[in-house]
Design a protein around this ligand. Structure first.
Ligand SMILES: [Zn+2]
Length: 563
């Protein structure tokens, strides 16, 4: 995952000045804890990044040799620091089983059949994409299509697109994103909530007994073009073998133009349909058109591993509770059919986060004094496959989710020198935020606001998997302002990375990388984690937050999931 380049230069500049007044506050750490924190070493992070992103590790693909080598190596580091294993059966490994599902675009047939008139057959990749979430080699669908607007049921915003209509056995046609609004009390205004993400749409459709779902792709609503949909759904999709939730035979997307044709063949007007979806009084509309689909897939079972270690807390009572640090080790692996360099080394994404995680583990393990609560370190797999390793971890945590006070996640921290700003999107939603502010002050760092709330970054990295089971969680990253440079310099570096290296084989280790950045982010994470691990009360969510319910459910022993 990667945040998008900062543009609110003036705004965040003023924000910084306002915050800097309190800089120089001392950290709430004992001298031995400070000593441990200061042992965090930028050059050791360099070593980890160099090792994990070498061609030998083949881009650490999930279910590939290089990914397994990375997991073994990370566990060996945990062991060498003296961490206690916190995986399965007294090991550092938590096994996660997957199905790799590839839709066969040649054999799969996808057609709209109207009550009268000719049927429309669509072309895989160009017109639509679809994945069989039930991981069958062949599934058949012949069912009416029902337009359900945004497909959202959000009682807290008094919004229900379903109005109790029975949708068992149907195919749901819906929009991505959420009803547009600037009102912060309505779906958080411009910011995207989880209700707007495509993952939610499929989950909700399956919960209602639908057999398929078709999302209408509009570039400005999805915040990425059709090519991104086609590329990420055209290859193999990984699914967790253990799924408690119901799944769709066909989870698909269609191009906007295809949706227009579909509306026409139903004798309806697409613009009118889209408009009707923006009102509270919207009701599902069954089209006089059926989806006839034969979805054929190649299915490959495989397993991968999360790597988990811990340091026991010092307090006899509080040590039953924990704080957690996470960073994914997987990346995109090798793409054998691509010419030239086809190893996706993933140096920044996310060997940097692994380097930080290892230094945190080494520092906590080396500290003479330990915090009251237990500290868990988890390097997770299959992030690039849709946060699946962390999803499994959230559902099978080494200590119960309600006893985990905080998860701090590290993902893609550019080695660019000394950062003066932090990005901690989502921290403001937790009770930890005042602590985040004061620790940032002590490091003389400002908090950079999220300049693209509508992109929903909070739902795109591993901390979200922990939030879904109620654990207060967010990612810690650097902002765009670095010592010795102006903001434009950092923004330029960020743009350059996104354009030329992000999710490309060129995300490689270079000797001129300056890991001061990663060491500083790690020290910040150490200080904040130490403080939360010692607090009398467990951290929680702000009242009314979308994850508050999951936290309460977890505390009462009910299965909790964000929405
Ligand atoms: Zn990443």
């Amino acid at each position: 995952m990667r945040k998008i380049v900062v543009t609110l230069l003036v705004l965040s500049g003023t924000f910084l000045i306002a915050q800097k007044k309190q800089a120089g506050n001392s950290l709430p750490l004992s001298s031995s804890a400070q000593q441990a924190m200061n042992s965090i070493d930028a050059e050791k992070i360099r070593f980890t990044v160099k090792y994990l992103s070498a061609d030998d590790l083949e881009g650490r693909g999930t279910g590939q040799k290089g990914g397994d080598m990375a997991a073994d190596w990370l566990a060996a580091q945990f062991k060498s620091y003296g961490l206690t294993p916190a995986g399965d059966n007294g090991t550092f490994f938590q096994s996660v089983n997957f199905y790799g599902v590839t839709t066969d675009g040649q054999q799969t047939k996808f057609a709209f059949v109207p009550k009268s008139g000719p049927e429309t057959t669509l072309k895989f990749g160009d017109d639509y994409v679809a994945t069989d979430q039930t991981h069958q080699e062949k599934s058949e669908i012949d069912a009416p299509i029902v337009f359900v607007g945004y497909g959202i049921n959000a009682p807290e915003y008094n919004w229900d697109d379903y109005k109790g209509v029975d949708l068992k056995g149907k195919v749901l046609l819906m929009l991505v994103n959420e009803p547009p609004s600037d009102d912060p009390a309505f779906f958080k205004g411009r910011a995207l909530t989880y209700y707007g993400r495509w993952t939610y749409k499929y989950e909700e459709a399956a919960r209602r007994g639908a057999v398929g779902a078709i999302l209408i792709h509009k570039t400005e609503m999805a915040s990425y073009p059709w090519e991104v949909v086609r590329n990420s759904w055209g290859g193999e999709t990984s699914l967790l073998q253990e799924e408690k939730e119901p799944k769709l035979k066909s989870a698909g997307w269609i191009q906007l133009e295809v949706a227009r044709k579909l509306a026409q063949s139903a004798g309806m007007d697409l613009e009118q349909m889209l408009k009707s979806a923006n009102t509270r009084s919207f009701k599902p509309v069954e089209l006089p058109v059926r989806l006839k689909e034969t979805i054929v897939s190649k299915v490959r079972p495989f397993s991968s591993r999360n790597v988990i270690g811990k340091i026991a807390g010092a307090d006899p009572k509080l040590s039953r509770q924990a704080i957690m640090y996470t960073a994914h080790y997987d990346h995109l692996g090798i793409h054998p059919n691509e010419p030239g360099d086809n190893i996706y080394n993933g140096a920044a994404d996310n060997a940097t986060g692994c380097g930080i995680l290892l230094e945190l583990a080494r520092a906590f393990a080396g500290s003479k004094e330990k915090p009251k609560r237990t500290v868990i370190f988890a390097s997770v797999t299959a992030e690039e496959q849709g946060l699946l390793g962390s999803k499994y971890l959230g559902e099978h945590p080494p200590v119960p989710a309600q006893d985990i006070s905080l998860d701090l996640n590290f993902d893609d921290i550019q080695p660019l020198g000394e950062p003066q700003q932090l990005v901690v999107t989502g921290a403001e939603r937790t009770t930890v935020y005042p602590g985040v502010r004061s620790v940032a002050d002590a490091f003389d760092m400002g908090i950079q606001p999220d300049d693209h709330p509508e992109a929903g970054h909070y739902y795109r990295s591993d901390h979200f998997s922990l939030a879904r089971v109620g654990v207060p969680a967010f990612s810690v990253n650097e902002g765009a302002l670095f010592k010795g440079h102006d903001l434009a310099w950092g923004e330029d570096k960020e743009r350059d990375y996104v354009a030329h290296r992000y999710h490309q084989p060129s995300d490689e280790y270079r000797p001129d990388m300056d890991f001061t950045a990663d060491a500083k982010v790690a020290r910040f994470g150490f200080a904040l984690g130490w403080e939360v691990a010692n607090q009398q009360e467990l951290a929680g969510w702000q009242a009314g937050d979308e994850f508050e319910k999951a936290r309460k459910n977890a505390t009462q022993g009910k299965a909790g999931s964000g929405n």
